[in-house]
Design a protein around this ligand. Structure first.
Ligand code: DAU
Length: 335
């Protein structure tokens, strides 16, 4: 596969924790302008030496512990990776780029921080999150991401470190680890296992295909002004029960089963503690300023995703390994 920007050198730093997987990158691993670095963003000495060696001009910071349920089971690593890890990346960038004050003002450097709509808290049935919504994180995960956003802005105000931030709604699509709702439902449906719906399945999420998220990041990275934040959303709000129903119908269709077959697997289980009721993004600023809008409809996106998982069952088997099964038991056995 030829990367979109053949003249740009990419270094991909990843710790390869349980959700990281080199199989996900096999299509680009031999590209001439791509290098993989197995490391940890909390290792500041390593970050400093990498900045020194490669003179990075841009950081796109995706690295995070991202699963809310895991943050409830074990919150500390969320603060370590998401908050302290972000701080160390900022620090490495500041030390290296700050050697020349013009690096902070001439637009030649950029720190792009990828964040989440969960920093804004939880909505009732009305209203949307805008870029002005006050932060109100309510899970250890969202608290760690909110803290990281604050550090990024603090580095701008204090040191003039040039940043952009985007806060995005729920992603879905190929390669997503099956702890998240959509791949978990597809995996369980394939295996004929119960499909756990928290509470009554009334909580609402705004779904965005990962390809649309990547396009939004590319647009913001290239065209947003320094110091700006943009919301990214799908405009696809559904209760979990509605969404899972649509998804299971797609699975049945793709497997040639009669409609409604997999819906019988739906099982209501004890709710997530502190479960945020609704997220919904107003992304009109991104649309107005930079012209971005999602390309996938939810129907197309779900179909694409179901087919990807059905066609990549080896990948699914590889990631749903012993440690995944242990997590699954810990998370679901007593619900
Ligand atoms: O909103 C953006 C966020 O979306 C990201 O920042 C997070 O990294 C990402 O994990 C996601 O958070 P959610 O908690 O909304 O995603 P999750 O897939 O875990 O759950 C989606 C909804 O489905 C949520 O209301 C909980 C519910 N759920 C989830 C699982 C895993 C169930 O009912 N059953 C389940 O087994």
């Amino acid at each position: 596969m030829v990367p979109r920007y053949p003249d740009v050198q990419f270094w991909n730093l990843d710790q390869l924790t349980y959700a990281g997987n080199l199989l996900n990158l096999s299509s680009i691993e031999h590209a001439e302008n791509y290098t993989f670095i197995h490391s940890d963003i909390t290792d500041l000495d390593k970050l400093n030496s990498l900045f020194e060696a490669h003179d990075f001009t841009t950081v796109i910071h995706f690295a995070a512990e991202s699963h809310v349920d895991r943050s409830i089971l074990g919150p500390v690593v969320f603060a370590e990776t998401n908050t302290v890890g972000t701080l160390k990346l900022l620090e490495a960038a500041r030390r290296h780029w700050g050697a020349s004050a013009s690096n902070f003002t001439d637009g030649s450097r950029r720190f792009y921080h990828v964040s989440t709509d969960e920093v804004y808290g939880s909505l009732s049935e009305e209203g949307y999150f805008t870029e002005q919504t006050p932060y109100d994180p309510r899970s250890p995960y969202s608290a760690s991401k909110a803290a990281s956003d604050h550090f990024v802005r603090a580095y701008y105000h204090t040191y003039k470190l040039p940043f952009v931030i985007s806060n995005c709604s729920n992603n879905y699509g190929p390669y997503q680890f099956p702890e998240k709702l959509i791949p978990l439902v597809i995996l369980n449906a394939i295996q004929g296992k119960p499909i756990p719906i928290y509470g009554k399945g009334e909580n609402v999420r705004d779904w965005l295909h990962v390809g649309d998220h990547c396009e939004a990041i590319d647009t913001i990275l290239r065209y947003a002004s320094t110091g700006h934040t943009y919301n990214i959303g799908g405009g696809n709000e559904h209760s979990n029960l509605e969404l899972v129903g649509m998804l299971l119908d797609e699975v049945d269709k793709a497997r040639g089963q009669e409609a409604g077959h997999s819906r019988s697997l739906i099982t209501f289980v004890t709710d997530r503690p502190g479960h945020d009721f609704r997220y919904a993004m107003d992304y009109s600023l991104l649309n107005k300023d930079l012209g971005w809008e999602p390309a996938y409809s939810l129907a197309e996106g779900l179909q694409d995703t179901v087919l990807w998982y059905l066609n990549n069952q080896k990948w699914l088997e590889a990631v749903a390994d012993q440690s995944y099964r242990e997590y699954y038991t810990r998370q679901y056995a007593s619900r």
